[in-house]
Design a protein around this ligand. Structure first.
Ligand code: DQA
Length: 149
């Protein structure tokens, strides 16, 4: 049995297209590259990282509910960050610490991206650090697990 804490890396809509989608905004790193790097970093930090991506709001809600049994979540909700009260309520309903990631600096973009429905119920937010933001978020989640454990 694996006694290491488990962290879910969850990506929302359109993030499966990373590497091909608007490289000026999101870079050329693919989602597979990010997942590989976070699994590796998790190994260095003493946690198991499991990865999931969905383009569907309800499936993301289900994943957050299931994270009740996990130790932490790194979550890029994509555009649902700006629209989804359902995701906000799901995160709020689950005690597992969840850190929000946006690759781009959403505050420097269109006004509709300046508001995040999900951010107020997150344990932290990283925006505008490129794909490195996922590593920063994982490090923070691991730190939180240490504080709570
Ligand atoms: C994003 C920012 C969102 O506004 C956008 O809809 C995305 C990606 C980011 O990682 O920068 O899909 O979450």
């Amino acid at each position: 049995m694996d006694a290491r804490p488990t962290v879910l890396l969850l990506n929302g809509p359109n993030l499966n297209l990373l590497g091909r989608r608007d490289p000026a905004q999101y870079g050329t790193t693919t989602l597979a590259d990010i997942e590989k790097r976070l699994v590796e970093l998790g190994g260095e930090l003493g946690v198991e990282v499991v990865c999931a991506q969905s383009n569907h709001e309800g499936e993301l809600v289900d994943r957050i509910h299931a994270a009740r049994d996990l130790d932490g979540v790194v979550f890029n909700p994509g555009a649902y960050a700006h629209t989804s009260i359902a995701l906000r309520d799901a995160i709020d309903a689950v005690p597992t610490p969840c850190v929000e990631v946006h690759i781009s600096n959403v505050h420097a973009r269109e006004p509709f991206r300046h508001v995040s429905m999900t951010a107020p119920v997150m344990s932290g937010c990283v925006s505008g650090c490129g794909v490195h933001g996922y590593e920063l978020a994982l490090r923070h989640v691991v730190w939180l697990i240490g504080q709570n454990g």
